[in-house]
Design a protein around this ligand. Structure first.
Ligand SMILES: Cc1cc2nc3c(=O)[nH]c(=O)nc-3n(C[C@H](O)[C@H](O)[C@H](O)COP(=O)(O)OP(=O)(O)OC[C@H]3O[C@@H](n4cnc5c(N)ncnc54)[C@H](O)[C@@H]3O)c2cc1C
Length: 411
């Protein structure tokens, strides 16, 4: 009987396990996970769960019965610490060894911390259910919250905390929020949504220190300003969780580098989710390899990694994973959706709606090719763009397309 081991007990790992079983894998299946919880969904951690609207049982990734039907040997609360691809063995923190015939790595991302981040009460990060529970307990009417980092997680925390009555300041080192994901123009417009809702957004500022003895008291900037705080949330992004397999011989470069089939080099090792870097056939001409930190891709990649591992074990052909990346984010009343990729060099055209009114659709073109479509509370225009993004569409053709769609809507 063959044994497949999945490292990482979250979205990509669970989706891989389900796909193995639905595709007829009847061998032993082990999932190793560093957290003690059964798999749960992360997006609500900064939204409904943090708001206090949902409890932990509502964010379980699957019902207990559905998970038991998969017949998985769960090894939770235990970390993989090294990987030996020659002997096909994963070593755990307690020194025990887990052999495999096939391996799927789905270890996701670990939050980045500031170099001088103090470990004192009131200072938080947000990646896990435990992080979210600790932060949620401290958000209340009138609490002064400083969020460091205006990326998606930071802004979602700012919106949720504001809704709970906290007084929120967001500090961002770059000149606008969300610059890396969506560029300065769009980031500034989304920052304006926050400002209209009472968030004090300060961009182009650098944090010198987080202050406090046993409890946090504030944040001092390099310009000398101090912002008093009862709660500080450090939201400066995640790094792929590759440390544990850094000596394995796998190629690691901001993620585990795989081929188009999500294979990591050794024939029986595949990777999925936030930890994966791979050549996405749809965007390879602009971005030779990419790593994405989005829910939909993690789920799809988990399934594809499982299918390709099974194909290898069965000597069948594999299928490359190429896709239009997609993510969403909820901030105040705005539902932000983005399909594709945005680059620093992208040209941004607003094709529908009104930025000042907080409801608009914009397209991103790179090297004259449509590479991304953003909708802020405009779902009807975003999702139908997938076909245009998955084939080569020039900026001109895309502009014509949106002009026609908007004209038809206005008829
Ligand atoms: C607060 C928050 C809000 C989000 N909101 C959105 C959203 O609105 N839209 C969207 O598209 N995406 C969102 N995301 C991103 C989305 O949740 C991730 O893309 C997705 O969870 C990635 O799944 P994954 O399985 O690859 O990794 P993860 O979910 O990170 O899971 C990896 C698991 O592996 C475990 N692990 C790591 N190292 C080891 C080890 N050495 N041994 C054993 N286990 C290990 C980790 O503990 C973790 O449980 C959000 C993420 C967060 C944190």
């Amino acid at each position: 009987m063959e044994t497949i081991v999945i490292v990482g007990a979250s979205l990509a790992g669970v989706r891989a396990a389900e796909t193995l079983r639905t595709n007829g894998f009847a061998g032993a299946l082990t999932i190793i996970g560093a957290e003690t919880h059964m798999p749960y969904d992360r997006p609500p951690l900064s939204k409904n769960f943090l708001a206090g609207d949902w409890e932990a049982d509502r964010i379980a990734l699957r019902k207990a019965d559905d998970l038991s039907a998969l017949n998985i040997n769960w090894m939770l609360g235990t970390s993989a610490t090294s990987l030996h691809t020659d002997s096909s063995v994963v070593t755990l923190a307690d020194g025990s060894q887990v052999p495999y015939d096939g391996l799927i790595i789905a270890t996701g991302g670990l939050v980045r911390r500031l170099p001088n981040q103090p470990d004192i009460a009131g200072v938080h990060v947000l990646r896990t259910l435990d992080d979210a529970t600790a932060l949620r307990d401290e958000l209340a009417e009138g609490v002064r919250v400083v969020v460091i980092g205006a990326g998606f997680i930071g802004l979602e925390v700012a919106a949720t905390a504001t809704k709970r009555g906290a007084r929120v300041t967001v500090l961002e080192g770059l000149e606008a929020p969300l610059i890396r994901a969506l560029g300065a123009e769009t980031g500034t417009a989304i920052g304006a949504v926050h400002a209209r809702n009472g968030v004090d957004i300060r961009c182009g500022v650098q944090v010198a220190s987080i202050n406090g003895d046993q409890c946090v008291s504030g944040v001092t900037l390099t310009n000398g300003d101090t912002i008093e705080a009862d709660v500080v949330v450090v939201g400066i992004g995640v790094a792929p969780a590759t440390q544990w397999c850094s000596d394995s011989g796998l190629t690691i470069s901001d993620g585990i580098v795989c081929d188009a089939n999500l294979n990591a080099g050794p024939a029986n090792v595949f990777v999925a989710g936030d930890v994966l870097r791979w050549p996405n056939g749809m965007f390879k001409d602009i971005e030779p390899t990419m790593r994405v930190e989005h829910w939909t891709n993690a789920a799809e990649q988990g399934a594809m990694a499982a299918k390709n591992l099974l194909a290898t074990l069965r000597n069948e052909p594999m299928e490359p994973y190429s896709a239009v990346p997609f993510f969403w984010s909820d901030q105040f009343d705005a539902r932000i959706q983005f399909l594709g990729r945005a680059f620093e060099s992208s040209t941004v055209d607003v094709v529908a709606g009104d930025v000042a009114a907080g409801r608009w659709c914009a397209m991103f073109s790179t090297n004259d090719r449509l590479t991304g479509v953003l909708g802020v509370s405009m779902p009807k225009l975003v999702m139908p763009s997938r076909a245009m993004l998955s084939t080569y569409t020039s900026r001109y053709d895309a502009l014509q397309h949106f002009a026609a769609v908007v004209a038809a809507q206005n008829k």
